[in-house]
Design a protein around this ligand. Structure first.
Ligand code: ATP
Ligand code: MG
Length: 198
């Protein structure tokens, strides 16, 4: 059985979060919920590095492109006129390119969190991908109102402050990519004893 008590997830605060001075606020929310920081650093990610982080898989590109196409349709805009294509794969490739350029444009703060169902718990605190839809109380809902309707017209990714791994598999891959084993630390938080026992 997987050890849900010690699940790990990778988070990074994107350039918009760092530039808005939200590093402390974001860390506070994860720490407060009981997730343990086991590695932390500021990184200037290169486009080559981010090419590895954001997969080229058809699945990822289609999902990204599909969401973008929906956003154009919802805003009554002609996606083909705006992006040159109405194929989700091609649109996904374009958005992925904007995303890589944006995240590489300025330093990010990356960290690994460990705790009970860390992947799902972190996503819950982060909120919906699209800030205008993210619930109040979540990081994206409380600190952003960006929407793809505006972002896509400006040919930029949605600024949603933060990345959080989507699945345990994604987290394993991303932690291995962003952190060397010696950059991750083992220690006990005092509240672990209360919640999980000795
Ligand atoms: P992340 O992986 O960054 O935590 P997520 O898993 O909620 O976010 P993904 O579908 O993996 O969302 O999309 C990756 C990133 O692509 C999003 O965080 C966002 O910055 C950008 N993005 C997603 N959808 C759109 C869109 N329709 N238009 C512009 N950018 C988008
Ligand atoms: Mg994702």
């Amino acid at each position: 059985m997987p050890d849900v008590r010690h699940e790990r997830t990778l988070i990074f605060i994107k350039p918009d979060g760092v530039q808005r001075g939200l590093v402390g606020e974001v860390l506070r929310r994860f720490e407060r919920a009981g997730l343990k920081i086991i590695g932390l650093k500021m990184v200037q990610a290169t486009p080559d590095f981010l090419e590895k982080h954001y997969p080229q898989t058809e699945d990822f590109l289609r999902t990204l492109g599909g969401k973008t196409r929906e956003a154009f349709a919802a805003a009554g805009l002609d996606v083909k006129e705006q992006t040159g294509s109405d194929d989700p794969l091609a649109i996904g490739r374009a958005v992925r390119g904007w995303l890589i350029d944006y995240v590489a444009s300025s330093p990010v703060v990356a960290f690994v969190l460990e705790g009970i169902q860390a992947v799902g718990t972190a996503r819950k605190l982060v909120g919906d991908t699209l800030p205008f839809r993210a619930a109040p109380g979540t990081i994206r809902g409380d600190f952003s109102i960006d929407s793809p309707t505006v972002a896509n017209l400006q040919r930029r990714p949605v600024r949603n402050l933060i990345h959080a791994s989507g699945t345990v598999e994604e987290a394993d891959f991303e932690i291995g990519l962003w952190f060397r084993p010696e950059e991750l630390f083992a220690y006990r938080r005092v509240d672990e004893v209360l919640i999980q026992g000795e």
